[in-house]
Design a protein around this ligand. Structure first.
Ligand SMILES: [Zn+2]
Length: 233
């Protein structure tokens, strides 16, 4: 029976081969979503080895980040753009998880991952989330969390769709949340924790800044950020 099953899956693969989501080429049966050639030619930033990297610099004077790191350089009309497009618009959330797994493995080398207790993804607007069906940043966080064996609080921060739902909060908390446009769902869960905020790609950094400031104000010990990709300049 097992033989028949593997025979059928091999046959299916021959009839309907999968394509690499980065280059569009046919991928081998044992590969998942991204071919080996693309995997090994991804442009890595190695920002974790450089405290003064361009993403860290973006936040100087805006918020206090312990680390600011990105896995890949974003290149227009290239492999990384194709991957992010699939992740965000083509119902390919597994891309986020795979890249999270790979990045997490690289950061295991020098114990870098020990700087973090929990992972929180940047939240999506509820309407957008409903339309897409998943939060792509949470898939990246899931990929990291699986390898590091630390928890991800998928709904640790909520994007506020309106500000009227906060009746149980103190006046100061309500004010902070409203200003940020986000709310921390469980203050106890983040208290004194070293938090890694994750997002798919960094552009202006405004959302990450707002979330980081809110977490620090809410009692987090340290906040760091990690994104799948960052622009080169
Ligand atoms: Zn490829």
């Amino acid at each position: 029976m097992a033989n028949l099953k593997s025979y059928l899956s091999a046959l299916l693969y021959i009839l309907f081969p999968d394509n690499c989501l980065a280059c569009g080429g046919v991928i081998e049966e044992e590969e998942d979503s991204i071919c080996s050639i693309c995997r090994f030619s991804l442009a890595k930033t190695n920002f974790h080895l450089d405290d003064k990297n361009i993403v860290a610099q973006k936040f100087w004077g805006r918020t206090k980040l312990n680390y600011a790191i990105s896995y890949l350089f974003f290149r227009k009309e290239g492999d990384v753009q194709n991957l992010l497009h699939g992740l965000k618009y083509n119902n390919q959330p597994q891309v986020g998880e795979i890249l999270g797994n790979w990045y997490a493995q690289e950061l295991m080398d020098n114990d870098f991952y020990k700087n973090f207790d929990i992972i929180i993804p940047v939240p999506m607007h509820p309407k957008k989330l409903k339309k897409r069906g998943y939060n792509q940043s949470a898939y990246f966080g899931k990929g990291l969390a699986e390898i590091w064996k630390i928890p991800q609080l998928e709904n640790g921060i909520k994007k506020l769709s309106n500000t009227l739902s906060q009746t149980k909060k103190s006046r100061q908390e309500r004010y902070d949340n409203m200003k940020a446009g986000f709310e921390i769902t469980d203050l106890e869960a983040i208290k004194n924790k070293n938090i890694l905020l994750v997002d798919d790609v960094i552009t202006t950094g405004a959302t990450l800044e707002a979330c980081a400031n809110l977490l620090l104000k809410g009692g987090a010990k340290t906040v760091s950020i990690a994104t799948i990709a960052a622009a080169q300049s």
